[in-house]
Design a protein around this ligand. Structure first.
Ligand code: CA
Length: 231
């Protein structure tokens, strides 16, 4: 069971989060101020932390910094105002995401699930080999060197992540949104058009005829499907 630390000083909100996250199957530990949040973090193993920013004693930003000294624990901030400054500050101290109060539960659950998906994908990435091969193509995730019918070159880290994301889901239709979510993260600035431009560049390397793709196929109105030719 995944365990979530919730640090929130507003009792009703804390109780509501405890009830709803528990109902979703998460184990929830509540702390009502930053200091006790830090104590909980040091005492118990967590999978995710949800931190309010305005907290008595130690605020959420300072708590996040403390946690980051020793841990990559995923952190979602609850921000009180829709202030961009808060958000940018939150992300620059190492939070994974933020959500602005008042928020609805569905949205928070989506953010949590999205953070967990990203982690399991990154975890899987680290376990496997760093070289992806399909057809006459290869991609080295370390050096970012690629080769294919379009020749040999190096690509950007993001382009490599796009290939890897699609490759790991080969045979499945992947929507542009899930690709954005999986590669760029929830706070993605790029648009779905950015995704399309990435795909166009990748096809020039991996496709025999980029105008008639057989490796990264377009699924009209949805997204893409990777066909490695070996399935
Ligand atoms: Ca508060």
């Amino acid at each position: 069971m995944r365990r979530i630390l919730v640090v929130e000083d507003e009792p009703n909100l804390a109780a509501g989060l405890e009830m709803n996250l528990s109902a979703e199957g998460y184990e929830v530990v509540i702390a009502q101020d930053g200091i006790s949040g830090l104590e909980m973090f040091n005492k118990i193993e967590f999978d995710l932390a949800i931190l309010d920013i305005m907290l008595p004693g130690m605020d959420g930003i300072s708590l996040c910094k403390e946690i980051r000294k020793s841990s990559h624990l995923p952190i979602i901030f609850l921000t009180a105002r829709d202030g961009d400054k808060d958000k940018i500050q939150g992300l620059s101290v190492g939070a994974d995401d933020y959500i602005t109060k008042p928020f609805n539960l569905e949205e928070l659950l989506h953010r949590i699930a999205s953070v967990f998906r990203r982690i399991s994908w990154q975890g899987a990435k680290e376990e496997k080999s760093d070289i992806i091969r399909f057809g006459d193509c290869h991609l080295d995730m370390q050096t970012l060197e690629v080769s294919g019918p379009g020749g040999a070159t190096t690509i950007s880290r993001k382009e490599a992540q796009v290939v890897k994301y699609l490759y790991e889901r080969r045979g499945q239709t992947v929507s542009r949104d899930s690709l954005l979510d999986g590669v760029w993260g929830y706070n993605a600035f790029p648009s779905t058009r950015t995704v399309d431009n990435f795909i166009l560049r990748l096809r020039k390397i991996f496709e025999k005829d980029p105008s008639k793709p057989t490796v990264i196929k377009s699924i009209r109105g949805v997204g893409y499907r990777f066909d490695s030719g070996d399935s």
